[in-house]
Design a protein around this ligand. Structure first.
Ligand SMILES: Cc1cc2nc3c(=O)[nH]c(=O)nc-3n(C[C@H](O)[C@H](O)[C@H](O)COP(=O)(O)OP(=O)(O)OC[C@H]3O[C@@H](n4cnc5c(N)ncnc54)[C@H](O)[C@@H]3O)c2cc1C
Length: 508
């Protein structure tokens, strides 16, 4: 072990093998926890001034904004991390079940409360399209099958060999998993409104319902089985708790430490060089930085036979997001914590975003009001909000410097006309993030919000592997690797890492 390594806490012994984790997103933090438990001396290097990645927390004028994830599903994955460390998750984080999970508002003003209560769900379906009730029940069964295959069987299975992929193909064919999610939904329910209600979920992790496979129906079952939650104190409270858990295992977090290059010698990762010029040696390097960015910008091309520049450039990437964070000097008690405000078009808009790479004039929005659950995230009597719109990534050529303000104003107008009449006069603070910010702050390839697009030809074995195909001793966790984006996905990627990385004792 080289002496330039920054020393860890007293819990980490100097003789333990050193693991560097690049990035402190949920995937990186979960990886650091698991590696520490396995006996590695862990250093997490984070470019930004605080951890969390997409879940970074902005504070402005007394308002607290979770930059990204707000919906927490699969809480058992968090329980599992805490149990690994001999602790109890609920002692550190106060998760609350959401009722409803979401309120969807259609363009005609009709709404649908999406809940975990089967009777309430049936009542909502009956109200919108009674003839689709049987089809809905059949969709629920298909969703449970998708969960067993896509989550229980494939989720934490390392797809490092083509044979791993071949093993699951027969099951996928049996459940008609090669068709798109939207086509599966359409086969069961006829109402366009219900087709949207049952197919929009992949958008929350960057997938187009018309191109993700029907396996993504698993999300509906996951939500019904394990609920939809939010954290008291915001998602930032979960980031803080994971950092504390990691530190309790001896891992070290270094913020303001951007990695410029993963150093490779004889085909093996030797450590990293920071932008500052500092070199840190390591026995293993785990990248939680964007997978495309990791290969394209952090590893010299001479070390990449598989993830060549050309292969990366020709891959397809998820949507970008336009996010407007704002605080009001008034509370809007009628607005639930999670709302989806649908625009006039569904497929047409998705084609514009994912296929044509065109910034449309209409949009569908997700509106987040965390102060419904936790008023402490805003000054007294005030509300914290963010509203996001999926937009094309930067390959669209959208000039966000010019478009950001007109786009924000269009969203403001839409909110005025729908769920927040008169709110413009009550805005006390405001902050906008466009795909340009995703690129410059988070080093997200093409400014994407969710890395490689989750479609069949870029999933499981086809996605960048958790064990690098190009560099020995390099591993990947996070949204761009298997199984994919979303908090459950990236935390599961660290679980896969645990299965494929050598035990620290093997270095003795
Ligand atoms: C607005 C928004 C809302 C979302 N809502 C939800 C939701 O409600 N529920 C849900 O489950 N998911 C949601 N997601 C998706 C989810 O947030 C992400 O998929 C997940 O958090 C990504 O985690 P990650 O481990 O890939 O790391 P990231 O969060 O991408 O973090 C990677 C980290 O690596 C750092 N980094 C990058 N390059 C370097 C470098 N060279 N050197 C050092 N550090 C580097 C970055 O600064 C960053 O901190 C949302 C995403 C967004 C953007």
């Amino acid at each position: 072990m080289n002496s330039v390594v920054t020393p860890g806490s007293e819990l980490q012994t100097g003789s333990a093998p050193h693991a560097i984790v690049i990035g402190s997103g949920f995937g990186g933090l979960a990886a650091a926890i698991r590696l520490s438990v396995r006996g590695y001396r862990v250093t997490v290097l984070e470019k930004l001034d605080a951890p969390g990645g997409r879940a970074y927390v902005f504070r402005q004028d007394g308002f607290t904004f979770d930059a990204g994830p707000t919906i927490i599903t699969a809480p058992f994955l968090l329980d599992e991390l805490w149990t690994l460390c001999g602790r109890k998750f609920s002692d550190d984080v106060d998760l609350r079940a959401m009722k409803p999970f979401f309120r969807l508002r259609f363009d005609d003003g009709d709404t649908f409360d999406y809940t975990g209560d089967p009777e309430q769900m049936r009542a909502e379906i009956r109200r919108i399209a009674p003839e689709d009730l049987d089809g809905y029940e059949r969709f629920l069964k298909a969703s449970a099958t998708a969960y067993r295959l896509g989550y229980e069987q494939m989720g934490d299975m390392p797809f490092t060999k083509i044979t791993d992929m071949l093993k699951v193909i027969p099951e996928m064919l049996k459940m008609q998993g090669l068709r798109s999610l939207h086509s599966l939904v359409r086969a069961h329910v006829k109402s366009p409104k219900l087709q949207t209600v049952l197919s929009f979920h992949p958008l929350l992790i960057g997938g187009n319902p018309y191109s993700v496979t029907a396996v993504y129906a698993l999300i509906s079952h996951l939500e019904q089985k394990h609920g939809v939650h939010s954290a008291m104190g915001g998602t930032g409270a979960l980031v803080d708790a994971m950092v504390s858990l990691m530190q309790s295992q001896g891992a070290v977090l270094r913020c303001n430490s951007e990695v410029d290059e993963i150093l490779v010698e004889n085909g093996k990762a030797q450590g990293v060089r920071l932008v500052s010029g500092e070199v840190l040696h390591a026995d293993v390097v785990v990248s939680n930085a964007d997978a495309a960015w990791t290969y394209r910008h952090l590893i010299k091309s001479e070390h990449r036979k598989h993830w060549t520049d050309r292969k990366i450039e020709r891959s397809s990437f998820s949507s970008g997001l336009f996010v407007w964070y704002f605080g009001t000097d008034k509370r809007y008690e009628d607005v639930p914590q999670h709302s989806v405000l649908l625009g006039p078009r569904y497929k047409g808009l998705l084609d514009d975003i994912f296929k044509k790479q065109h910034l449309a004039e209409d949009f569908s929005l997700y509106l987040h009001r965390p102060t419904e659950l936790d008023p402490s995230l805003a000054p007294e009597g005030c509300d914290t909000f963010y509203v996001l719109a999926p937009v094309p990534h930067l390959e669209s050529g959208t000039d966000w410097e010019a478009h950001a303000e007109p786009f924000r104003l269009a969203i403001q107008k839409r909110l005025e006309e729908t769920v927040l009449p008169g709110f413009s006069e009550h805005i006390k603070t405001s902050l906008v993030m466009t795909p340009l910010d995703f690129q410059s702050r988070l080093l997200a390839f093409r400014g994407c919000a969710f890395s490689f697009e989750p479609k069949l030809t870029q999933s499981a074995w086809f996605r960048p592997h958790n064990v690098s195909e190009d560099v020995k001793g390099l591993y990947l966790v996070g949204a761009g690797t298997h199984p994919g984006a979303g908090i459950p996905g990236v935390i599961t990627s660290a679980k896969v890492l645990d299965q494929v990385i050598p035990h620290a004792h093997s270095y003795a």
